[in-house]
Write a protein that binds this ligand. Structure first.
Ligand code: HEC
Ligand code: HEC
Length: 267
């Protein structure tokens, strides 16, 4: 009986376990797959073991070390299509991603295995869907404050982006997925400072995400946005065009009233 039991459980195990292994790749398999992809697409710039390539070619570093940048940095860079970079240049552009979700996860697992770094955030960290309407309004107003003090200097007060020193630019934040907003803060790509969870807690990051989402819902009341350049330039525009126009109209009215015509006739 015992032997029979062992045989049955053993054969059942062999029947079911490979199926499980297929649907859920183990971590070591994922890292191995990530390493393979890495050697093919990333090692030219980031080195065979992600140690970076220090040589500077035509004034640009080929690729920095990825030891300790964490899975979040890979998910952001590869998920937004920035990496693999086509060629070293001034600023890497956002473009349609080259890898699918599974491959991005494998690359992230491999880079995470090189050294401890920030992990990919959970949906509960960045999603605002489970907030009540009241909580969401509160998050938006807190997020607006955080955005104003930490982000407007580069991304403009309405998130439209702007120019940076040395020919760089801070991109527009409109339409960026919540996960990538969270990861951008967490990992600080390029000239952007890094807002670790110690600086800006996950809740504060979610508030910023709520605020950026609310900007997209806000209708532009005026006919022209004037590029959202801010109160000074928009105010100047209002002065020059608005008040200038009023002065022009006043002059026109003054010279076309019946009284001024009469006085011309009399003269
Ligand atoms: C042509 C060279 C090149 C290739 C190919 C390339 N990278 Fe990069 N990578 C760079 C440079 C240069 C930077 C630094 C500029 C920046 O931060 O955007 C960078 C930055 C990164 C960062 C951000 C590091 C940080 O400190 O946050 C990650 C993550 C990354 N690369 C991952 C990858 C992965 C994964 C691949 C392959 C799919 C890849 N890269 C392919 C040149 C390259
Ligand atoms: C010193 C300037 C600077 C500050 C401050 C800054 N950023 Fe950035 N940000 C940048 C630059 C430059 C990039 C582009 C990086 C790249 O292309 O790799 C960027 C990229 C991003 C992206 C990625 C957008 C995309 O197209 O995928 C997000 C999201 C973002 N920033 C959010 C924020 C938030 C939120 C804050 C405030 C908590 C902030 N940034 C503060 C300069 C800045």
């Amino acid at each position: 009986m015992l032997l029979l039991g062992l045989v049955i459980s053993g054969s059942l195990y062999t029947v079911f376990s490979p199926a499980q292994a297929d649907s859920q790749p183990s971590e070591t398999e994922q890292v191995a797959k990530g390493k393979e992809l890495f050697l093919a697409s990333c090692s030219f710039c980031h080195g065979q073991n992600g140690e970076g390539v220090p040589t500077v070619r035509d004034g640009y570093q080929l690729g920095p070390s990825l030891v300790g940048v964490g899975a979040a940095a890979v998910d952001f860079q590869v998920g937004t299509g920035r990496m693999p970079m086509a060629q070293p240049g001034q600023q890497v552009q956002r473009k349609p991603p080259v890898f699918n979700d599974e491959e991005v996860a494998a690359l992230a697992a491999y880079v995470a295995s090189l050294g401890p770094g920030p992990a990919i955030p959970n949906e509960s960290d960045y999603s605002i869907d489970d907030l009540s309407e009241e909580e969401r309004q509160e998050a938006i107003s807190r997020g607006g404050q955080i955005f104003l003090t930490n982000c407007t200097a580069c991304h403009n007060f309405n998130g439209a982006g702007g120019a940076m020193p040395r020919g760089g630019y801070a991109p527009s934040l409109h339409g960026v997925e919540p996960k990538y907003i969270f990861e951008a803060m967490l990992t600080g790509p390029q000239q952007m400072p890094n807002f670790s969870n110690g600086n800006l807690s996950p809740d504060e990051k979610r508030d910023v995400i709520a605020y950026l989402g609310s900007l997209e819902e806000t209708p532009e009341y005026a006919g022209f946005t004037l590029g959202g350049l801010g109160p000074v330039s928009e105010g100047l525009f209002a002065w020059v065009v608005g008040i200038g126009g009023l002065v022009g109209a006043a002059v026109w009215i003054a010279s076309h009233t019946t009284r001024s015509k009469k006085s011309k006739v009399n003269a």
